[in-house]
Ligand binder design. Structure first.
Ligand code: PTT
Ligand code: SF4
Length: 609
């Protein structure tokens, strides 16, 4: 298939071996690229039961056919078995690295083993080298990228880890361009466990496409279309930061460890507050609608803000000061920690302190304590720092005292920034997300708030699956940023057209969605293979939302209904062709071309027809 090289670079760090792998054509046809490619690699090559931080784990950087060719396609999927959840983990990061990799003649980089000494992989026009990173070990992710560019030139795409990844913090991420970060489920720690500080790529090869003139025309036309959209001007002013005000109005802005959905100090951290202190606007490569809003933090450094970062490191920890929030954001980017999980573990510690479950005194909104704690976590300093570096699931298991009810995670991944006391469909989106509680697969909350938030209905389940299929089938496989579609209404019909010009293959929207279903069920099979069991409790958000009603705001008194949630979850399983435990049925596996997973699954669970 045109548009893909059909080649991945396979690097074994233990043996210092680099080989070019011509992957089977079936990968491109049935899984397309990005997340689909990553899930298939993990199923086919990861030994079941692998310790995520062992050399056997497989670290994957997977581009898709659109990467480097289409509007907003400067993105790449990073994936591995997650040390935070023990299941499938991925993230989608904006980085020149993806483009450099593609222009070097590869669709993906796959890394196994563990280097004897800190290393980085440098790829240039098809040649890959494993180079020493001893001098870079210990440096911040920002500094690391700067120094690699000093050596190899400013045009090189770099993605690296900070000290948190080196110290195996379970929610450490991969960072690029000083403000792009991906791989929430601890992909940074997987890199760290391999002693891989960074990957870098540059190339000038032409990616072979079916119709080069049409690809260029569609690029120019889509940029024009996006720039002409109604919401464009406001988007480049505020980007995702506009969500702070919306979240407050809709009563979904997480506050005080998701106890509340409103925050008194929200004005001080919202999009307008950000605009007043904005110093630059950055973007991922090839982006037509930049959203990287840069402000100067209270320590005098630049930090790139997004809604999730500000809600989790602001309202969720009771902090109403944008400069201090930005400071925490910057610490996360430099040390390479996920801002969402970091905000969650800090809030958890504040609540544990309030309830006297830990001896440390950390009050809500205390930014100095939060900064100290963030640094302690990154370097695993002190007992609290080391405990929180494991994520809230493990932390709550260790401290006990009923804290499991308010350890805000699903399957071990901390919940991103939408309170669900009065949003059952969003709660189900968190419950069924293929990586743990992340919003990327179904940001259903805006639709839910608009159309009736208190109902538990089959229509909500249908909508959830529709969103998961679109996001999972198109944006995570092609690979491109989903914001043009979500935020500005850039029509989905563009994607089959671009796909045809790039690959020469005609694909209908239905076929994209079928690929998405295949990938979703394959990922569920992976979870079941790794966990050896499954039950609906594993797809259920924490008890707080079911037991403790909101006490503030227009929805005071609201909480979720556990029985009705489980009714929707069962409907979800049914529609996906999974049984009442949440395990794919044999008939579904066959229908989706996943019959090859059956023997392995049957070693662990009884599959139903
Ligand atoms: C994403 C998650 C998000 S989702 C945010 S803000 W968001 C947080 N950003 C972090 C950050 O910054 N620094 C940090 N140290 N940790 C961070 N953790 C959080 O990570 C991101 C954008 C955003 S901003 C979103 S929604 C969209 N996500 C996309 C996606 O998932 N797929 C896709 N095809 N397109 C997307 N477009 C948008 O990209 P994860 P990025 Mg990130 C500073 O990666 O693991 O998926 O977690 O990738 O390049 O920063 O772009 O309101
Ligand atoms: Fe990156 Fe934002 Fe542009 Fe998407 S819209 S490509 S996240 S800068």
């Amino acid at each position: 298939m045109k548009g893909l090289w059909g080649k991945a670079l396979w690097v074994d760090l233990s043996r210092r071996e680099v080989r070019v792998w011509e992957y089977p054509g079936d990968y491109a046809v049935n899984y397309i690229g990005g997340r689909g490619f990553a899930a298939k690699i993990l199923w086919d090559f990861l030994p079941p039961g692998t310790d995520p931080l062992s050399p056997d784990n497989i670290l994957i950087f997977a581009a898709g056919p659109l990467t480097g060719l289409a509007v907003n396609s400067g993105k790449i999927v990073v994936a591995a078995k997650s040390p935070l959840t023990g299941g499938y983990g991925d993230g989608n990061i904006g980085s020149q690295f993806g483009i450099g990799l593609r222009r070097s003649g590869f669709d993906a980089l796959i890394v196994t083993g563990r280097a004897r000494k800190p290393s980085y992989i440098y790829i240039e026009n098809g040649e890959a080298h494993i180079l020493s990173a001893e001098a870079l070990w210990g440096s911040s992710a920002v500094e690391c990228e700067r120094r690699i560019k000093e050596v190899h030139g400013g045009g090189v795409g770099v993605a690296c880890i900070g000290p948190a990844g080196e110290n195996l913090v379970k929610f450490s991420v991969v960072v690029s361009q000083a403000g792009r970060a991906g791989g929430r489920p601890g992909i940074g720690a997987v890199m760290g466990s391999k002693r891989l500080k960074a990957v870098a790529a540059v190339g000038d090869k032409e990616i072979p496409v079916a119709d080069p003139r049409e690809v260029r025309k569609l690029y120019v036309d889509s940029v024009g279309d996006i720039k002409g959209k109604d919401g464009y001007d406001f988007w480049v002013r505020q980007g995702t930061m506009a969500t702070v005000e919306w979240g407050q109005t809709a009563s979904v802005l997480p506050a005080y460890n998701f106890r509340e959905g409103v925050f008194d100090g929200y004005r001080l951290i919202d999009g307008y507050s950000m605009e007043a202190s904005k110093v630059a606007l950055r973007s991922c490569p090839l982006c037509a609608m930049p959203c990287g809003n840069v402000v100067v933090d209270s320590g005098g450094k630049e930090a790139e803000l997004d809604y999730e970062n500000v809600a989790m490191l602001g309202s969720n920890i009771g902090l109403a000061h944008l400069g201090h929030v930005a400071r925490l954001n910057r610490i996360a980017d430099e040390t390479g920690m996920d801002t969402i999980s970091l905000g969650s573990v800090i809030a958890f510690a504040m609540e544990a302190s309030e309830k006297k479950l830990i001896k440390d005194k950390i009050e809500w909104g205390d930014h100095k304590a939060a900064e100290r704690l963030a640094s302690d976590i990154a370097y695993r300093r002190g007992s609290l720092g080391s405990l929180l570096a494991e994520g809230v699931r493990i932390a709550s298991e260790k401290i006990g005292g009923g804290s499991g009810d308010w350890a805000m995670h699903v399957k071990g991944l901390e919940i991103s920034a939408y309170d669900c006391h009065a949003a059952p469909a969003m709660a189900l989106a968190y419950g069924t997300s293929p990586i743990g509680a992340h919003h990327k697969d179904a940001w259903i909350i805006s639709w839910e708030v608009r159309t009736g938030r208190h109902e538990y209905s089959e229509a909500k389940v249908d909508k959830l699956i529709e969103l998961q299929r679109l996001r999972g089938g198109i944006f995570e496989t092609l690979v491109a940023c989903r914001f043009p579609w979500i935020e500005l209404g850039f029509e989905l019909e563009w994607y089959p057209r671009i796909f045809k010009a790039v690959t020469g293959r005609t694909i209908t929207m239905e076929e994209f969605l079928e690929v998405a279903d295949r990938i979703y069920t394959l990922i569920r099979a992976l979870w079941v293979r790794e966990y050896g069991t499954w039950d609906p409790q594993m797809d259920t958000p924490p008890a707080r939302w079911f037991k403790e009603p909101l006490t503030k705001g227009p929805l005071a008194g609201a909480k979720l209904d556990l029985e009705k949630y489980h009714w929707m979850l069962q409907k979800y399983y049914e529609k996906r062709g999974w049984d009442e435990r949440g395990i794919p049925r044999k008939s579904t596996l066959r229908k989706l071309g996943l019959e090859y997973t059956i023997p392995e699954l049957e070693k662990r669970v009884t599959l139903k027809e």
